[in-house]
Design a protein around this ligand. Structure first.
Ligand SMILES: O=P(O)(O)OC[C@H]1O[C@H](OP(=O)(O)OP(=O)(O)O)[C@H](O)[C@@H]1O
Ligand SMILES: Nc1nc2[nH]cnc2c(=O)[nH]1
Ligand SMILES: [Mg+2]
Length: 184
């Protein structure tokens, strides 16, 4: 799908496909520089980070291995449930490895702060975070995010991996939802 297929469910395009690609190239260059000569394991947080993982991994020159973790902190709507649980753990032991967590979005920061403490306790050689999007709420939580693509306003966004009730993940851009979709 592209922005010609916005239909009536989307209010606006916040970040275009071209802007996403340019930003990922920028982030990849910085990540390549940081991990030059090192083995890097990138960990995607399912399901939202699937698109960022796929495109960021291909933008990198550094050889990487990939693993996935699924955690849950949200219900089917737009509100945080406040509870994080592991739905799928890593397949690999990260002890002694250089690890980069890849996220689509940091909102309350709850998912990430929990992940950082969980993965940190497994004794990786290093642990960093790259997120495509960050909302203002995240600034209130003391989490160290090394690479951020875009700081965005406090609106519910969909597309490029991000869903509303599991829909819209396959949009090539990031957009905001029309209020009628979520009963607003
Ligand atoms: O900073 P927070 O307030 O914790 O929110 C961010 C998290 O919420 C979303 O995932 P979600 O749990 O909705 O699952 P999904 O990735 O499968 O869509 C998003 O992909 C982040 O992982
Ligand atoms: N789809 C989506 N998931 C989120 N999780 C936390 N914030 C958001 C958001 O704005 N959109
Ligand atoms: Mg997610």
């Amino acid at each position: 799908m592209d922005d010609k297929d916005m239909g009536t469910d989307l209010k606006s395009v916040l970040i275009t496909e071209e802007e996403i690609n340019a930003k990922l190239a920028e982030l990849a260059a910085a990540i390549d520089e940081e991990y030059a000569g090192k083995d890097l394991l990138i960990i995607g947080v399912l399901k939202g980070a699937v698109m960022v993982m796929a495109d960021l991994a291909r933008a990198l020159s550094t050889p990487v291995t990939m693993d996935w973790m699924a955690v849950s902190s949200y219900g089917a709507g737009t509100q945080s449930s406040g509870v994080v649980r592991i739905l799928k753990d890593l397949d690999t032991d990260i002890k002694g490895k250089h690890v980069l967590i890849v996220e689509d979005i940091i909102d309350s920061g709850l998912t990430l702060s929990w992940l950082l403490s969980n993965l940190g306790s497994r004794e990786p050689a290093s642990l960093n975070v790259c997120t495509l999007l960050r909302k203002p709420e995240a600034a209130k939580v003391a989490i160290d995010v090394k690479w951020v693509g875009f700081d965005i306003p406090n609106e519910f966004v969909v597309g490029y991996g991000l869903d509303y009730a599991e829909r819209y993940r396959n949009l090539r851009f990031v957009g905001t939802l029309a209020p009628h979709v979520y009963g607003g």
